[in-house]
Write a protein that binds this ligand. Structure first.
Ligand SMILES: [Zn+2]
Length: 242
């Protein structure tokens, strides 16, 4: 496929659609898509000619990733943040540190927007940890496995991992997923305590406690496991009370 595209202001027009981009000055050339599917280009030399050359060099990567990301369910997007699979709008307000969910809104307070974003990330991580530990305690009995500890993975694009020392690590954003997927993630890693591979025996182990595992595994892949960062969460807040 030959890359045919045109650059128009802050947009790259490709056959697959328009991709917005922004340019940031930084030491190394780096390209990534943020939670709004906007391309961010970091370069030491942010003049138009150089940026155009970077785009030309990476156009295939840009196009294919943009298409891939468009089909994924984003944990955070312009409409809000997922919690247990439900999209919630975020409301940030000045006040003592706190997070509360009422209906489809997450109310976050803190001394400034950045602190609110931090409080929200911490809240998600705490919920994930509590939920995962609860699920693991339940599965431990039915799967007849022992683990040494459960830890949270921060800023990872993996949903989970399991080590030879029987430590299970689960992504700290896991409580943003629907409950059945969260349970599947924990179940998958716990099955690795018995089989450190994806063999038939491994899947059989998973199936014993998670009969829908094949559907769940497919469903999990529709979620974008991309890391979220505080800067992106700050953008969630739309009301002008600051
Ligand atoms: Zn696995």
């Amino acid at each position: 496929m030959s890359a045919e595209y045109a650059i128009d202001g802050s947009k790259i027009k490709t056959r697959a659609g328009e991709i917005s981009y922004s340019v940031i000055r930084g030491r190394y050339t780096k390209l990534y898509f943020d939670d709004w599917n906007e391309l961010s280009i970091t370069t030491a030399n942010p003049v138009i000619d150089n940026v155009n050359q970077i785009i030309a060099r990476h156009i295939r990567w840009i196009e294919s990733n943009s298409v891939k990301l468009r089909d994924k369910v984003k944990l955070v997007n312009a409409n809000g943040i997922l919690h247990m699979g439900m999209r919630h709008s975020a409301h940030f307000a000045y006040g003592a540190d706190g997070v509360e969910i009422i209906g489809n809104t997450i109310f976050v307070s803190g001394k400034d927007k950045e602190r609110c974003a931090r409080n929200l990330i911490d809240f998600i991580a705490n919920e994930s940890e509590t939920e995962c530990k609860r699920i693991a305690e339940e599965l431990k009995v039915s799967m007849n496995v022992e683990f040494s500890q459960i830890r949270m993975l921060n800023a990872s694009s993996m949903w989970g991992s399991c080590s030879h020392s029987k430590t299970i690590k689960i992504n700290s954003l896991v409580c943003m997923l629907p409950k059945d997927l969260m349970r599947y993630v924990v179940c998958h890693e716990m099955a690795h305590l018995k089989h450190m591979n994806h063999s038939k025996s491994f899947w059989k182990e998973v199936m014993n406690v998670c009969p829908d595992y094949a559907i769940l595994d497919k469903k999990l892949n529709t979620y974008d496991a991309m890391r979220i960062n505080a800067n992106d969460l700050v953008r969630l807040h739309v009301d002008g009370s600051w």
